[in-house]
Design a protein around this ligand. Structure first.
Ligand code: PNS
Length: 175
């Protein structure tokens, strides 16, 4: 066994990274599961300037904080650079990622193995959300909303309200 894996720390901090643009009920389901499995769970938003997000990192942080308030061991943060360095800076020994379908697996496996190569002492754990959420993605939620479809039940109510406000603003601007 790897020397780095031979000792379990007294409290386990896990980090759940992602874009969360915006958080969906699938993400929230994983957060709830993670909060039960680990002593501390940090949900961390990638600050990626090259992507064009619908919501700024600050807005996404606010939305996440609103919905994780009910879980006392869950915190929200954001990061730039290597995920494993960010995890190590918070003494996180576990990375949490969700797998919805086999199609997610290839990309997730690549990332997990690269992260292991970079920092073998950090383990990636895949969680499956409730099957009722297995088809939800932030991208599809935004697409359905922009085409006038119903997104209720796909995202938390506070996020749905923000999405409607953002969409109304975009339409007013003529985009
Ligand atoms: O929700 P997403 O957009 O699929 O999340 C992707 C994320 C944030 C987990 C991934 O892009 C990431 O970890 N980025 C940080 C850069 C990094 O560490 N890259 C090297 C290891 S794969």
């Amino acid at each position: 066994m790897d020397e780095a894996l031979s000792r379990k720390p007294p409290t386990v901090t896990a980090l759940y990274p992602g874009s969360f643009d915006p958080i969906t009920n699938g993400h929230l389901d994983l957060i709830q599961r993670g909060s039960l499995l680990f002593d501390r769970l940090i949900v961390s938003i990638l600050r990626n300037e090259s992507k064009e997000p619908l919501f700024s990192v600050e807005e996404r942080t606010e939305m996440l904080r609103e919905v994780v308030r009910v879980y006392p061991n869950v915190e929200v943060d954001s990061f730039n650079g290597l995920l494993v360095d960010h995890a190590a800076a918070h003494s996180a020994t576990v990375l949490v990622r969700g797998i919805r379908a086999i199609s997610d697996y290839e990309y997730e496996l690549q990332m997990a193995l690269m992260n292991r190569r970079l920092r073998p002492e950090i383990e990636t754990i895949f969680l499956m959300s409730n099957e009722a959420y297995s088809f939800i993605s932030s991208r599809l939620v935004k697409e359905v909303l922009s085409l006038g479809g119903d997104i209720s039940g796909l995202v938390p109510p506070s996020v749905e309200a923000r999405l409607h406000r953002r969409m109304a603003k975009t339409i007013r601007k003529g985009n």
